[in-house]
Design a protein around this ligand. Structure first.
Ligand code: PMV
Length: 327
């Protein structure tokens, strides 16, 4: 039995545009998914709790089509199961054991589908735990690469390497196409997260942006403009010029909004944080619902978010410099 954990993340800049080769800067945060893998004769048995779905347990054998019997938003649960299935396929390939069976236990304090990289964290931790259980230890970069294959398969080829690389190596990272790097000396940015209790459908949101980009030159320009924001942001990162960083985050949110991936609740939280003095605020991840990230050194944005109708949870998030690890 091996337990591994991997962090969730927020996007300081660049989600969606990163799918089209623009750079993005995600930052790992101290909220983790923990996955325990135990070898068993054959098939796959998955238990998942604390996924902000009131907990669910799923049992099925093989890579079967059995449907989980749970009271939760079905697309979310099916997506979670799809990720675990594909992760186990990667483990079998990496360890050269096509018939290996596993019992997988998932616990997570990252809300599902809310823009904090829950699926990437589960996949990264699952690959690490299950390969170690079979006596193989992969480097974080190899885990990142395999986790990316998983996300691509589940999301119909529409995924960037950003989430999975960030979760595997931790800290602040920069991803542009296949070029993935860690960013040193970023320090602990004063992140405040607001969560509306909902979730977005990443696949549908990514497909929506793709369509806009194909149909309108101005949407393609908007995607490129997000890349420009990231490139400017990189010059400020590592300094304590939070004002400029925040301004660029605001710009990034406006561009994402133009691409149709914000929502009323995300906009409400963004404005609540800004009105309370946050130097910047934007949605994080795929959008549609879920989380915003604000930058505020004081407590006012956090307090304001806690009292904002539609904001279910607000918390500070510390940068997690550690990626995947065995517990
Ligand atoms: O919402 P999340 O945490 O799955 O992030 C999605 C980020 C996108 O850029 C929209 C897609 C991707 O694969 O990079």
């Amino acid at each position: 039995m091996v337990t591994s954990s991997a962090p969730g993340k927020v996007y300081l800049f660049g989600e969606h545009a990163v799918v089209y080769g623009e750079p993005a800067v995600p930052c790992a945060i101290e909220r983790r998914a923990r996955v325990t893998a135990t070898e068993r004769e054959d098939g796959l048995r998955v238990h998942a709790e604390d996924l902000k779905l009131d907990g669910f347990t799923v049992e099925y054998d093989g890579d079967g089509d059995a449907r989980p019997d749970v009271e939760a938003e079905r697309p979310l649960v099916e997506a979670a199961m799809g990720y675990v299935n594909e992760a186990v396929s990667q483990v079998r390939e990496a360890t050269d054991t096509p018939d290996a069976g596993f019992e997988i236990q998932i616990e997570s304090d990252i809300p599902l589908g809310a823009g904090l990289g829950s699926s990437a964290a589960v996949v990264v931790a699952a690959i690490d735990a299950a390969t170690r259980e079979l006596g193989v230890s992969l480097s974080p970069r190899e885990i990142a690469d395999r986790a990316y294959q998983v996300e691509s398969a589940v999301q119909d080829g529409q995924a960037s390497r950003a989430d999975t690389f960030c979760s595997a190596v931790g800290g602040a990272v920069r991803v542009e196409g296949d070029d993935c790097r860690t960013l040193d000396g970023i320090g602990n940015l004063p992140f405040v997260i607001g969560f509306d209790g909902g979730a977005g459908d990443t696949g549908a949101l990514v497909a929506g942006v793709r369509r806009l980009r194909e149909e309108h030159d101005f949407a393609a320009d908007t995607v490129r403009a997000i890349g420009d924001v990231v490139r400017e942001g990189e010059n400020v990162l590592g300094t304590d010029d939070y004002e400029s960083l925040g301004e660029l985050m605001n710009f990034n949110h406006g561009l994402l909004s133009a691409l149709g991936v914000s929502s009323r609740s995300l906009d409400t939280m963004v404005w609540a944080a800004r009105d309370a003095g946050a130097v910047g605020a934007k949605l994080t991840g795929a959008g549609g619902g879920g989380c915003i990230v604000a930058l505020d050194e004081g407590d006012d944005a956090l307090t304001a978010l806690k009292y904002t109708p539609g904001c279910e949870d607000a918390f500070r998030a510390e940068l997690d410099t550690e990626g995947v690890r065995q517990e």
